[in-house]
Design a protein around this ligand. Structure first.
Ligand code: G
Ligand code: G
Ligand code: MN
Ligand code: NA
Length: 254
């Protein structure tokens, strides 16, 4: 409860910041997107990871306010970058299950698009399998509404959830993000390699693109290239960066 109240104050006092992790083409390393990742910059404790505070925010409707701030701030920043001439095609935003199923979620997205001038086709929303598991009908309904605007969807942390694969073909999903736990130890761990190959085969049949997360080595990238994985992100290319560092990065990769 203490940390929950501190987090609420942090949001109010502008102590949340967005970092951005570059996403690249596997084939030619072209920069194709940025994933926004929130951090809490606390005066005393320094930078706090979302792994520590997002689960706390998700226990209450605080995640609605944080999620709305992330979407607004990310879109504002992305539009400013585009106006300044940086031509990154896509911005990815993480959306929590509780946030997605909130009755005002679609309305919030509309408001943010209107307020920022964000091009909907440049916006990608990352949802986890837990979003689908909670309420499949609401998920399909909202995804369809947002997709009609031009927004695209990724299933984040793919493979770590407990849902059946049957839901995948019912959802208007564009992309799977293979969780980094399956990329680890490629090309040494043969079961992880088999999982990545199976996901690639399924994605190809269902017409999803695939992003591999947590790519740290040249060997992992080579493995992904052999299996026709389209996109990757990870420390091999770049760790998540604050906005000013992203500009220098985009200049180098423009
Ligand atoms: O950036 P980092 O690896 O520390 O992120 C840890 C976790 O926090 C990841 O699972 C990521 O999806 C999640 N996360 C980061 N930013 C956001 C956000 O803005 N909203 C939500 N819901 N989750 C986020
Ligand atoms: O939203 P998602 O669960 O994908 O969050 C990605 C998280 O993974 C971020 O917190 C980011 O800091 C972290 N991350 C990104 N690239 C790498 C990587 O190459 N290796 C490891 N271990 N973590 C990474
Ligand atoms: Mn993500
Ligand atoms: Na992920």
């Amino acid at each position: 409860l203490l940390i929950h109240n501190q987090l609420r104050n942090a949001l109010r006092n502008n102590e949340l910041v967005l970092y951005y992790q570059p996403q690249h083409m596997v084939s030619n390393d072209e920069l194709i997107g940025l994933e926004a990742l929130v951090r809490w910059q606390d005066g005393r404790r320094g930078i706090i990871s979302p792994a520590e505070f997002i689960p706390i925010a998700e226990e209450t409707d605080l995640i609605i306010d944080i999620g709305r701030w992330v979407l607004l701030e990310g879109c504002h920043q992305f539009v400013r970058w585009h106006e300044a001439g940086y031509q990154v095609p896509q911005l990815s935003i993480n959306v929590s299950a509780r946030q997605f199923h909130h009755p005002a979620f679609v309305e919030h997205v509309h408001e943010v698009l209107a307020e920022t001038g964000m091009e909907p086709s440049a916006l990608n929303l990352e949802i986890t399998e837990s979003v689908v598991l909670g309420n499949t009908e609401d998920t399909i309904h909202k995804m369809t509404e947002l997709k009609d605007l031009g927004i695209s969807f990724s299933i984040d942390d793919f493979g770590t959830g407990y849902s059946s694969l049957g839901y995948l073909k019912r959802l208007p999903v564009d992309e799977l993000k293979i969780d980094r736990s399956f990329i680890q130890d490629v090309p040494h761990d043969t079961s992880n390699m088999a999982i990545v190959e199976a996901v690639m085969a399924m994605a190809s049949h269902l017409n999803f693109t695939v992003t591999a997360e947590g790519v740290e080595t040249r060997q992992q990238l080579e493995f992904l290239r052999r299996h026709k994985c389209a996109f990757y992100q990870g420390y091999l290319a770049c760790k998540p960066l604050p906005a000013d560092a992203v500009e220098r990065y985009m200049t180098r990769h423009g």
